[in-house]
Design a protein around this ligand. Structure first.
Ligand code: ZN
Length: 112
């Protein structure tokens, strides 16, 4: 799956620098399964970066919750589960930025 993803992105001129995954199940109580922020912390350590202001784009509430808990910037796309997630945005996620799809989110973020 990762090889195929890298190949598809490469064919369009892109590059995936790093992929992280949670190998655990829902009942394992790990720190990396979303909405836990462990995978984001792992990336922050790898890049020696603070997550403040770093956009984390996802299509589910769990993605956005992980971003918020890590102190990153949650961004929702309406593809996949995104429309259902958009209807459920409230509390700390009420001000989440929402875009129609990944291309629209990326275009907006690149203009900043
Ligand atoms: Zn995990």
């Amino acid at each position: 799956m990762h090889r195929k993803l890298r190949k598809l992105v490469s064919a369009e001129g892109g590059h995936i620098d790093r992929i992280v995954v949670c190998p655990h199940g829902p009942g394992d109580g790990c720190e990396c399964r979303k909405p836990a922020p462990g995978l984001l912390y792992r990336l922050a350590r790898h890049y020696r970066s603070d997550l403040a202001g770093v956009p984390v784009i996802g299509d589910s509430l769990r993605d956005l919750q992980a971003a918020a808990r890590a102190g990153a910037r949650p961004v929702l796309v309406r593809t996949g589960n995104g429309r259902a997630a958009e209807r459920a945005l409230d509390g700390e996620l009420a001000a989440t930025e929402v875009f129609d799809d990944l291309a629209a989110a990326a275009a907006a973020l690149l203009l900043e």
